[in-house]
Structures are given as structure tokens and as C-alpha cells.
Design a protein around this ligand. Structure first.
Ligand SMILES: CSCCC(=O)C(=O)COP(=O)(O)O
Ligand SMILES: [Zn+2]
Length: 205
């Protein structure tokens, strides 16, 4: 590998480690929950290994996969939810990072609400999502049924790709968000989690 290629990889890994710590601080990756990935400018994809605590990741816990989600080193086990990451990268060449967490708000709300989408409306924080310039708007967040068969879950998500400005929620499971880079993905995750927490409070009142 060239020095530039090494540098790109190491920057991507540091982004993943930093985001894992941040998500852990917020309580969004309990136990071994969650997975994180980052696409490099040269097209390589770095993703977390399956299992392990995402708040305590080391460089060895981030592995390279091909665009179909296969680890380059076949002895390594990529995230069980890798296909949900690769389908996002395949759907949009501008996506540079994908984050998945298991927050209390996403879990409880998605089990309490039967409608297929949650509409977020009137919040100033909606402006964190691309293309939104006012609170006076509404964004739909789809809720998909959980499924242990991730390939099948990916086929359920597929028709909504390109139409989810804030990300999506898997019922009783967690959220998926993405962004042009890791900073944008983290900002969107924080925005969505804040709004889900607001909706949870409203449900209680
Ligand atoms: C204990 S969490 C169950 C698996 C899961 O939903 C998850 O996000 C973590 O899976 P991974 O294989 O990416 O570690
Ligand atoms: Zn999960």
C-alpha cells in the first residue's frame, strides 16, 4: 500500500473509533449493539467487526469489506448488518459514512407507534437534515419491521432509498442514518435522536 492509501485508511478508522465513543457516551450502543462504517475517497469501505462494544473499538475492530459486503480477509467477520450499510453506499455515491445505534427512544417509539412512518413537524432541529431551511416543515421517518434475515430486511428498505431525509428506524431495534462524511452522519444521528426523544416525551404526556 502507498503512504496515501495508508493515510486514507487510518483517517477512516479514526473516524469510526471516534464516532463509536461518541455514540457510547450518548447511550446509543449498549452492550454490543450498533455498527459503524465509513467509505474512503478511493471507494474502499471500512466497517466495524461483528460483536464487541462499539464504545471501546480498537483499530483491529475496523475491517475492510468490498462493495457487496464481503470482508477482504475472509477470516474476519464483518457486522451482521453489513448489507444495510452497503445498500446505502450503492444507492448514493455521495454517502461517506453510515451509523446504526440502539437508543431507548428509537426502540420504545417504534414499538409503541403502529403507523408505518413517524412524521416530525415544526421542530427547529429539522434544519439539521439536508435541504431543510425552516422549522415549518415535516419529515417522515419510516419504521420497518425488524427481521433477523438482514438480506430480506434490505429488500424491504430498498424501495425507500433516496427518499429518507432523516434516516430510518427498525422496530424494536434502532436507527440508521448516513451523511457525506462522518461529521455529517453524527450530526444527523444527534438530530434524529433528539427529535425521537422529543416525540417519546410527547407520547408520555
Ligand atoms: C446485541 S445487539 C444485536 C446485534 C445488533 O443489532 C447490532 O447492531 C450489532 O451487530 P454487529 O454484528 O454489528 O456487532
Ligand atoms: Zn442493530
Amino acid at each position: 500500500m502507498t503512504q496515501l492509501s495508508d493515510r486514507l485508511w487510518s483517517d477512516a478508522v479514526q473516524d469510526v473509533l471516534h464516532a463509536g465513543r461518541r455514540m457510547d457516551q450518548r447511550g446509543w450502543v449498549p452492550a454490543t449493539a450498533g455498527n459503524l462504517s465509513r467509505r474512503l475517497d478511493d471507494g474502499r469501505i471500512a466497517i466495524t467487526r461483528s460483536g464487541g462494544h462499539k464504545g471501546f473499538l480498537t483499530e483491529q475492530d475496523v475491517i475492510e469489506i468490498d462493495p457487496e459486503g464481503r470482508p477482504l480477509d475472509s477470516g474476519q467477520r464483518a457486522s451482521a448488518e453489513t448489507l444495510l450499510h452497503t445498500q446505502l453506499y450503492a444507492s448514493d455515491p455521495t454517502i461517506g459514512a453510515v451509523l446504526h445505534g440502539h437508543s431507548v427512544a428509537a426502540t420504545v417509539l417504534s414499538m409503541a407507534i403502529e403507523a408505518p412512518v413517524l412524521t416530525l413537524a415544526g421542530y427547529e432541529l429539522l434544519k439539521v437534515f439536508e435541504g431543510q431551511s425552516t422549522h415549518d416543515t415535516a419529515i417522515d421517518v419510516p419504521f420497518f419491521a425488524n427481521d433477523q434475515d438482514i438480506a430480506r430486511l434490505a429488500t424491504v428498505v430498498a424501495p425507500s432509498l433516496g427518499k429518507m431525509p432523516a434516516g430510518y428506524v427498525i422496530r424494536g431495534h434502532g436507527v440508521y442514518v448516513w451523511g457525506r462524511n462522518m461529521a455529517m452522519a453524527l450530526a444527523r444521528l444527534e438530530g434524529l435522536e433528539f427529535l425521537l426523544a422529543c416525540e417519546l416525551e410527547r407520547l408520555k404526556s
